[in-house]
Design a binder for this molecule. Sequence first.
Ligand code: 9MR
Length: 371
Amino acid sequence: MTRTTRRRHPRRRARTLVATLTATGIAATGMLVFAGTAHAADTLGAAAEQSGRYYGAAVAQQFLGEADYAATLNREFNSVVAENAMKWDATEPSRGQFTFQGGDQIVDHARSQGMEVRGHTLVWHAQQPSWVAGLGGDDLRQAMLDHIRGVAGHYAGQISSWDVVNEAFEWDGSRRQSNLQQQLGDGWIEEAFRAAEAADPQAKLCYNDFGTDAVNAKSDGIYAMVQDFLNRGVPIDCVGFQTHLSSNADLSSYQANLQRFADLGVDVEITELDVGGSGSAQANVYRGVTQACVAVSRCTGITVWGITDRYSWRSDETPLLFDGNYQKKEAYQAVLDVLNGAAPRGDDQDGDPEGLAYSPAAWRPSHHALP
Ligand code: 9MR
């Protein structure tokens, strides 16, 4: 294992600078509050920020005009991700013809609120536009690289971390036999990360998947890929753990799994959290996931996969923190309490003092020139 291949991003440097200045009292702007001295914050984003983390939500732009939807988003969250609007089918419906309306609407909203934006997702076997299905070999490779260049290039400088590749592994830890895998071979994931790096050098680059909620065969396969990438200098900065769960989820190795990836030298992010169920059973799972994240210094934040049960992809399972009428559920309070009790993110002992380094203020898109 080597750590020397890890990249240092402009964004990480900016955050480290904020931490250094704040810690020495030179720029005590109040952006960072130490848990021991903080009073409890009463929103998810503010509570997460106290320990140097974000708390985000997946957003569907068609609901931004709904007063309760926007009010809840703006009050509670300091990060957003597009639930569908930045996917391949949404952004390149015809080859070479890019449309960014939905994604731009979400980014504009986030900018107006000082939220950071995660990018989801550049390459995925699902939600590909129909024209991709017929492509083979080098034609598909070219289409993938052009797509990454088009989308990551359009949003360059405005995305905190991109899910470059989504869901490329099977339960047994082997590669999913998607059109990408079959046509392009094992190298396609690496090629996608290199293209994303070229298109947006500022964004952190994540591999994102589900079913990785434990030390298991699938997370083993992903772990081996990340280790290989780091050893060979392939750009990768983070792993996203989607964390679509039920109330009977077994979280016994959830934290250990996050930690082993962090120990490799990548950040870890909870990217699509939702938990089917209700009441204290649901709250307990949300609590457990949140406790695991705040116990891992390189767990930089949590995104829930939607705001209200009303618009969830699993609506009938009521998996989110706000019910269909935007009322806080028991799980909300469980999450808030854990976030409020979290210690600041510490140094991960690798000589890179990223602990305490997060502040949305250091990463407001307004700090970056628009492309
Ligand atoms: O929540 C998304 C839903 O609106 C879409 O119809 C669906 C299409 O496949 O994708 C959902 O989001 C998925 C995400 O992009 C990747 N991880 C699994 C999510 C739930 O299916």
